[in-house]
Design a protein around this ligand. Structure first.
Ligand SMILES: [Zn+2]
Length: 435
């Protein structure tokens, strides 16, 4: 079996769809005389049952991972395309084998230059998931034995000097056929990440208990030294998704910040994930009032509203722990984080503690629930007086130079959404006057 596999891999040619951050092969030695070993489904299950610390990497596309994966796995999606024999890729592979007299199973060729390379960004994603000690076990899997994703990742990891690299070849297909335990993210929703500028990201579609339509958004700004999260989603898995996204983009950042746009569950329930990594949490002083001394009351309230058991609630939201912010905001405040300006604009209306985050460099406004796009703003936390206040702040936001607005709910939009929100709120005010 091993022999057959080996021959198969040697004849498999892979090209990674990753043209950014290429490292020429000369600068990075991917040769190795080691081979990765195989682990069976039963062996892997035993390791999980024993509660061993696993460095288990799922190499499938993120969507498949989110739909279900082996417990304890992290996702590093390795995209691959198989090429037929005698392509440029295989020719180059043979050349390297001949001239450099080293065993080499996978070479990635840049189509334009014909250079062999490792896509650095992908390698970096892998490296952050690996153990510090190179004698610890690393296990990889993808869909099925014929899949090329996990063998490729296994070879790279071997080339980094790791000694115990395993592939679970049966992969997700075999594992789910055997009905072995699986983990899925009920509380993740259907997140989609967008790059709004070199260092600015937004995520749409995080889980919301009300309905998929109401799904929550969040944002990430990277500075040279820091990662700034804007809101943390409604569940631990949402926050882990955000953290994972940031880690993929990180290059040496050491400090984390979390700015809460207000204290509602759908924006704060994931905060423990950032707090666990030492994040400094910034929020309105009224957010602090809501969150301090929570002792699990808020999550119990939401679980009661969902009409589910505590156990089911844990599955859905994860282990939610709320903290009051480390730093309070009562008035507009300009932060300077590693030379990057971040403006916090206090915009009460949706709630008394609403904050917007404006990033002048990219002209991005993270609006929290001060702006909705594609659905009506939620007005149930106030009356006409609060809505008037809300409109006045929306008018104020319109004077900003804005490229993109990331609303608290709905689609990433432009200034036009602010006008639509103003129109809606005015109509709501009119309705109350009619009665
Ligand atoms: Zn919300």
């Amino acid at each position: 079996m091993k022999k057959v596999e080996h021959v198969f891999w040697l004849s498999s040619i892979i090209f990674l769809i990753c043209h950014s951050y290429l490292i020429p092969l000369e600068n990075f030695d991917i040769s190795t005389n080691e081979e990765y070993k195989q682990v069976s489904a039963q062996e892997l299950l035993d390791k999980i049952d024993l509660g061993q610390i696993l460095y288990l990497i799922d190499c499938r596309p993120e969507r498949e991972f989110n739909a279900g994966h082996i417990p304890g796995a992290v996702n590093v999606s390795i995209n691959s395309l198989s090429f037929n024999k005698d392509t440029l890729v295989q020719k180059r592979m043979k050349e390297i084998q001949k001239t450099e007299e080293r065993k080499i199973s996978f070479v990635l060729i840049d189509e334009e230059t014909g250079e062999a390379y490792i896509p650095y960004s992908k390698l970096r994603e892998l490296i952050v998931q690996l153990p510090q000690k190179k004698d610890q076990e690393v296990i990889l899997y993808c869909r099925r034995p014929s899949c090329t994703r996990s063998p490729l990742a296994a070879e790279w990891i071997l080339s980094l000097g790791y000694e115990k690299v395993y592939r679970y070849a049966g992969g997700w297909e075999e594992w789910s056929e055997k009905k072995y335990p699986v983990k899925n993210f009920e509380g993740l929703g259907n997140p989609k990440a967008f790059k709004l500028a070199d260092n600015v990201f937004a995520v749409e579609g995080l889980y919301h208990s009300k309905s998929p339509l109401a799904s929550v958004n969040a944002g990430i700004i990277m500075t040279p030294e820091s990662v700034i999260f804007i809101d943390s989603g409604m569940s631990i898995s949402s926050a882990e998704y955000l953290l994972n996204l940031a880690r993929k983009k990180m290059s040496g950042q050491k400090k984390f910040y979390l700015i809460l746009t207000h204290s509602h569950s759908d924006h704060v329930f994931g905060m423990r994930v950032m707090k666990d990594r030492g994040a400094e949490v910034i929020g309105h002083s009224k957010t602090a009032e809501h969150l301090k001394d929570d002792n699990g009351e808020y999550i119990r309230f939401i679980i009661d509203m969902d009409k589910i058991t505590m156990e089911q609630g844990k599955e859905r939201y994860g282990h939610v722990v709320l903290f009051e912010p480390d730093r309070y905001v009562d008035d507009d405040l300009s932060l300077n984080i590693d030379g990057e300006e971040i403006h916090l604009l206090v915009t009460p209306g949706h709630t008394p503690d609403s904050i917007c985050v404006y990033h002048p460099a990219s002209k991005t406004l993270f609006a929290g629930d001060s702006v909705y796009s594609g659905l009506n703003p939620s007005t149930r936390f106030g009356g006409p007086d609060e809505w008037k206040q809300w409109i006045s702040h929306l008018e104020r936001l319109k004077s900003l130079e804005i490229n993109k607005v990331v609303p608290g709910h709905g689609y990433i939009c432009g200034l036009e959404a602010i006008d639509q929100n103003i129109l809606f709120l005015k109509k709501e005010i009119d309705k109350t006057l009619e009665h």
